[in-house]
Design a protein around this ligand. Structure first.
Ligand SMILES: Nc1ncnc2c1ncn2[C@@H]1O[C@H](COP(=O)(O)OP(=O)(O)OP(=O)(O)O)[C@@H](O)[C@H]1O
Ligand SMILES: [Mg+2]
Length: 481
């Protein structure tokens, strides 16, 4: 089973809470129990001392009847006293005067009696079949000397029973508090960790990573900010790369045009060379003076050079066509728009997209269609001053799919409008434009069996419209490739 960050955090914190809570509860219970036991021992000692103090003289200590009555009176009101012995301690050895348990003597040794004779109070905790109990022995002082002792045994059974109940209660309370803390922690982790992570995952899930909403200034907020910066930078770089790529493509096209020109020039050149050879054969030897021979050789050698150049140009290889695949035009347009967005934002242009999500798929060369959209967007970007707007729309038009790019830029003057799809028509600096963008667009669109047209008004803006047929099965190789 794969645990998420949230589960791991909650489980780990719960484990810590369980261990810490139960350890502290156990330690606290043990301490309380020790303190209470000591308290009970002190009370037992005080009780024994009080009894000892009630015996006023030797006569009373030696009177079995008096002492026995006293013992029975005390036992009647103190149920926690299990046994009470009054002992005389003459120098020879101790003797019980009276006891509440005639059959059983409290297990004090002669050593204990010796200690009590010296005025010490003995106390010890005993455990037997009847439970736990405190046994104490306190001296009876008469006329300034120890004459006897009070030995008593106090039951801890009630205390132990209460202790067991409060221990169970404390453990239950700890368990409930762990549960409550666990639930609250789950909620807190959900709010603090899960939600930001879900936002990240949502943002990364799409084909194109989208910016993450920054709602806090904690580590997740910082991460979201950095992530958004990274996406923006990646898009900028991608756009620059695409632009460079299409520029390289245009240069390659120039090469191909040159190759076609070379092919066209090659045919008349061959014919001229053939005729030159025939001319040389037809000329009578007498007519070929030294000067004419020299001139013919110059013509032949220059024509030979020309043929070499032409042959080399013709060696330029042709690009192999890409396979046609079903293309989601709306997705492609949105993807391309995201590519250009950072450049549009930097140029302070407003961009709106009206993409029809239900467009049918086209069988097309995806990268070529993307080049068309990119070219149109780049032209709009170049033509529109800051504050202007660019709108991209896709829609179904009968059996065709339409892509429209409109801008509020400088527009194209009437006479230029007819020539914008011709090669090498440009109003841009050589390093910014080759004048091949729209020419390539037209070639690609025609290669896909579609049309491209433009409506423009000088000073108000332009609208380029590409219409591509849906029911096309085979894609012809674009004319320029
Ligand atoms: N949206 C537009 N608004 C105004 N003029 C435009 C627009 N699109 C194209 N043009 C004009 O048409 C010319 C030809 O565009 P084209 O895309 O073929 O070449 P380019 O943009 O100049 O160079 P590149 O080869 O880099 O694309 C541009 O130089 C520009 O004058
Ligand atoms: Mg262009």
């Amino acid at each position: 089973m794969r645990l998420g960050v949230r589960q791991k955090l909650v489980l780990l914190s719960l484990l810590i809470v369980v261990v810490v809570s139960f350890t502290f509860t156990a330690v606290q219970l043990d301490l309380t129990r020790t303190w209470r036991e000591e308290d009970l021992r002190d009370r037992a000692v005080i009780f024994a001392r009080e009894i000892a103090a009630t015996i006023g003289d030797h006569h009373e200590l030696e009177s079995h009847a008096l002492i026995d009555r006293k013992i029975h009176q005390i036992m009647a009101v103190r149920p926690s006293v299990l046994q009470l012995d009054i002992v005389r301690l003459p120098p020879g050895g101790g003797a019980v005067v009276a006891t509440s348990e005639p059959t059983h003597r409290l297990p004090f040794t002669t050593g204990d009696e010796a200690a009590v004779r010296n005025g010490v109070v003995i106390s010890r905790l005993l455990t037997d079949a009847g439970g736990r109990s405190w046994e104490v022995m306190a001296p009876i002082q008469l006329d300034g000397a120890v004459a006897g002792a009070v030995a008593a045994r106090f039951s801890l059974n009630r205390f132990d029973a209460r202790e067991a109940r409060s221990r169970t209660l404390a453990l239950w309370l700890t368990a409930v508090s762990v549960l409550v803390m666990g639930s609250l922690m789950t909620l807190a982790v959900h709010g603090v960790v899960n939600r930001p992570i879900e936002r990240f995952v949502r943002a990364m899930r799409g084909a194109e990573a989208e910016p993450v909403a920054v709602t806090s200034n904690d580590e997740f907020g910082v991460m979201a900010g950095r992530f958004n910066d990274m996406i923006a930078r990646a898009r900028e770089r991608l756009f620059a790369m695409q632009r460079d790529l299409s520029h390289a493509e245009r240069l390659a096209l120039s090469g191909r045009i040159v190759a076609e020109v070379a092919h066209e020039v090659g045919t008349p050149l061959h014919s001229v060379m053939g005729h030159l050879e025939l001319l040389r054969e037809d000329l009578p030897a007498a007519a070929v003076s030294e000067t004419i021979e020299r001139r013919l050789r110059v013509i032949e050698s220059q024509l030979g050079r020309l043929r070499e150049i032409i042959d080399r140009l013709l060696d330029l290889t042709r690009r192999s066509p890409q396979p046609a695949v079903p293309v989601d035009v709306t997705g492609l347009v949105q993807e391309t728009v995201e590519l250009v967005r950072p450049a549009l934002t930097a140029a302070r242009l407003e961009l709106s997209v009206e993409a029809d999500p239900a467009l049918p798929r086209l069988l097309a060369q995806r990268s070529e269609l993307q080049q068309v959209v990119l070219n149109l967007l780049t032209n709009a970007l170049d033509a529109t001053p800051p504050g202007g707007a660019i709108r991209v729309a896709t829609r179904a038009r009968g059996s065709e799919v339409e892509i429209e790019v409109t801008d509020t830029g400088c527009g194209i003057p009437g006479p230029e409008l007819k020539r914008v799809f011709d090669p090498f028509v440009t109003t841009k600096d050589p390093e910014r434009g080759t004048g091949l963008g729209l020419f390539i667009c037209a070639q690609i669109v025609h290669g896909h069996g579609g049309r491209i047209d433009v409506a423009s008004e000088e000073g108000r803006g332009s609208a380029f419209r590409v219409l591509l047929p849906v029911d096309r099965v085979a894609v012809h190789q674009a004319a320029h490739s």
